[in-house]
Design a protein. Sequence first.
Lengths: 45, 240
Amino acid sequence: MREGLDHWPFVLAAYVLGVVGTLALLAWSWLAMRRAERRRDGADR
Amino acid sequence: MHGFANPARFLRVARPLTPWLLGMGLAITGGALWWGLTQVPAERLQGDSVRILFLHVPAAWLGMGGWMVIAGVSLAEIVWRHPLAAIAGRAAAVPGAFFAALCLATGSLWGRPAWGTWWIWDGRLTSMLVLLFLYLGYIALAQATAREGASSRIPAIFGLVGVINVPVIHYSVLWWYSIHQPPSLTTGGSAMAPAFLYPLLIATLGFSCLFGAAVLMRMRALLAEAQAEARLRRRAREGA
């Protein structure tokens, strides 16, 4: 461990990156799925 | 696996499974990250930076696991010509690439306070970076072959060849001198204290559920796009 270096900014940056990135991946996947399924259902009519 | 060769049968399972995996994954991952951030004690040598473990290790496992999924479905594509294999491979590539990138980013954020450097060209870090590049190559190749109507066996061969990098990542810390620590969890047991091990296993379970949910959503999107294209083409033929 490096003395004198506050670890919390690194920890918080990693958590923000992980949480925001994962939520963005899920939201993008969800929206793409809904859009594609609406387009398929619309192609039936 | 061949039972899911029929897209309608696959959708009957995937539709109810998607919200379950998503809900369970969000709850379990949220709980595990809160546990890791607020309840786990600082480690004797690494201090508070050890809390990055609960993001970094699941991201590394899912980054490698994502490519194992690609390799498995690539084999199914080449050997059995499974109709959903190409879609499953494309669906797993983006979440896999995301977790490989997250592993590299969180590793860099962990390396700065723990090792005094953001990056070093050693075997573990470099082979993980190669995995990210393989994902980007696979995504580009799979999209190009789908767009041009070329054979989906081309990205499948790439997926099978690329799997050679996964054992290289795993054994890199044993084969070469590395600043990265050797595996703490093996089939023989754990060198990790229970205070760190349990939240790590729970975080891995939660992230795995989210990975599964993302793959199912991507598969449903790709399948719906293919079905919409087919229906529009059929209507155009009927109208001509």
